[in-house]
Design a protein. Structure first.
Length: 225
């Protein structure tokens, strides 16, 4: 079930890749070399990724920023509020905690999903996804909230006792300190023992971003090193 939750996140990010089309807007991309140096993307990949960003950022408000409504519209074709997974992913992208995403936040967050991203970054992102209260550990209720949200998104309806059984098994294996919570060390051990948990934290599509948006690459102002 934990794999299912992270699979939901993967589908959200894939939706970003698929929703964009080339849209020639007059905004310039600022210093792609500096941003590339903070991510695993090359300069040309950063420039191509900017095309996707521009497409999403004009979904509701044409201001060059991605608002939460635009984020949800790109993912679910609706800006209806109340989706826990979408809210959580947006919060993790929104590192400046302003309720909007600028291009740097967008690129740096997607960098975690790149095939070349360090595994520790993927572990940290997946841990934060479940750490809803940002306490530095995952509580049982937080796991249940994410499981229920994932099931709802999938259109599945499991009895509460079945859900509790799933959570029991998760904590039985992950909570090696037997303190009723999963800290980052325990989470890391869990995903290292079960690599499939991180399977959905890697998007091969991001390796081909320049072919997704080739038009902009032909106009690149900077050559990759």
């Amino acid at each position: 079930m934990m794999v299912k939750c992270l699979e939901g996140v993967k589908h959200l990010v894939v939706a970003f890749i698929n929703c964009g089309e080339y849209d020639d807007l007059p905004w310039g991309l600022r210093n792609p070399e500096a941003l590339a140096s903070k991510t695993v993307f090359s300069v040309s990949e950063i420039e191509a990724l900017y095309e996707l960003y521009k497409r999403i950022s004009t979904g509701v408000f044409d201001d060059g920023l991605i608002h939460k409504e635009e984020f949800q519209l790109a993912l679910f074709k609706t800006n209806k509020k109340g989706n826990l997974i979408a809210e959580r992913v947006f919060d993790l992208f929104d590192t400046k905690h302003r309720g909007i995403l600028d291009f740097e936040e967008f690129a740096r967050a997607l960098s975690v999903f790149h095939p070349s991203a360090p595994i520790e970054e993927k572990i940290d992102f997946s841990f934060q996804l479940y750490d809803l209260k940002r306490q530095g550990f995952i509580e049982r209720q937080e796991v249940k909230q994410m499981v229920v949200a994932t099931l709802a998104e999938s259109g599945l309806n499991l009895a509460d006792d079945v859900i509790e059984s799933i959570i029991d098994k998760t904590f039985e294996e992950a909570d090696t300190k037997h303190d009723g919570k999963i800290d980052k060390e325990e989470w890391r051990n869990l995903v290292m023992q079960h690599p499939s948990l991180l399977k959905n934290m890697t998007l091969q599509y991001l390796k081909d971003i320049t072919t997704t948006f080739p038009s902009f690459v032909f106009h690149s102002q900077v050559d990759d090193a």
